[in-house]
Ligand binder design. Structure first.
Ligand SMILES: [Zn+2]
Length: 83
């Protein structure tokens, strides 16, 4: 079965509380909740707890949502059907 944009919409509807990010800088894999969060920098900025590299930036403005994962090598979350 081919992956579609509908599958991508499902990804962003997932609960990220157990998400694991692999840092693009140092390669450390760490739960998202264990990262260093900077909520007003001016958007949400998430830094790797091992090397302090920015792994995620998230912000809203002008009717748009922006998600920058360029510092993340891999984002892993539990599929909804896996419970
Ligand atoms: Zn790192």
């Amino acid at each position: 079965m081919a992956t579609t944009l509908d599958d991508l919409r499902g990804l962003f509807a997932l609960d990220l509380t157990d998400a694991v990010l692999t840092c693009g800088g140092c390669g450390a894999s760490t739960e998202l909740r264990a990262h260093d969060l900077y909520p007003d920098a001016p958007a949400l900025v998430v830094r790797c707890p091992s090397c302090t590299a920015v792994v995620l930036r998230f912000g809203t403005g002008g009717g748009r949502v922006r998600l920058d994962l360029s510092g993340t090598r891999l984002l892993t979350v539990t599929a909804p059907s896996a419970g």
